[in-house]
Design a protein around this ligand. Structure first.
Ligand SMILES: [Zn+2]
Length: 165
């Protein structure tokens, strides 16, 4: 007997395209997650970190579920670096940080939260910031609302993409 509704086939199709149904980066089309995306290229995208270390914490991610720089195609290498460059420009313009951490953690011992889908972190830094919550006179200051972060950064990414930078 044939069944018309076959969710396992969807899973099969998804994994056949190289994506992992259990991966948070592969599942950015799920409700709520896509909202975190602030820029899309052809083979990669820029997404806000749901648990930011600091205001403006971004990640640049290839669309394909790949674990390392070694796995990237030439196109992916080029676009990942271009979007990382756009992210640097956007964060400097929007937040005027005193420094930026830009980095990749490969594997869990190296601190990767999502170990098998490559992503480049960009974290704005200021003198004296301690961690993702600043403590001022015993009052914890929550990071900026993610919608506000998106509203600040998205127009800058759009401008850079239009300019073909
Ligand atoms: Zn993935």
């Amino acid at each position: 007997m044939e069944r018309l509704w076959a969710p396992w086939r969807l899973a099969y199709v998804t994994s056949a395209s190289g994506n992992n149904p259990d991966c948070i980066f592969c599942n950015t089309s799920e409700p709520g997650r896509g909202d975190l995306i602030i820029a899309r290229g052809r083979v990669s995208f820029v997404i806000l970190n749901l648990y930011p270390y600091n205001n403006g914490h971004l990640m640049v991610v290839p669309v394909r579920h790949v674990p390392s720089l070694a796995s990237l195609t030439g196109d992916e290498q080029t676009e990942l670096m271009r979007l990382t460059r756009h992210a640097e420009i956007a964060l400097n313009e929007a937040y005027s940080p005193q420094g930026l951490n830009i980095g990749i953690n490969l594997g869990r011992p190296a601190g990767a939260g999502v170990a098998d889908h490559l992503h480049v972190h960009l974290v704005p830094r200021w003198n004296g910031d301690t961690n993702f919550m600043s403590v001022i006179g015993n009052v914890r200051v929550l990071p900026e609302d993610l919608n506000a972060t998106k509203a600040r950064l998205q127009p800058i990414f759009e401008r850079l993409a239009r300019a073909g930078e």
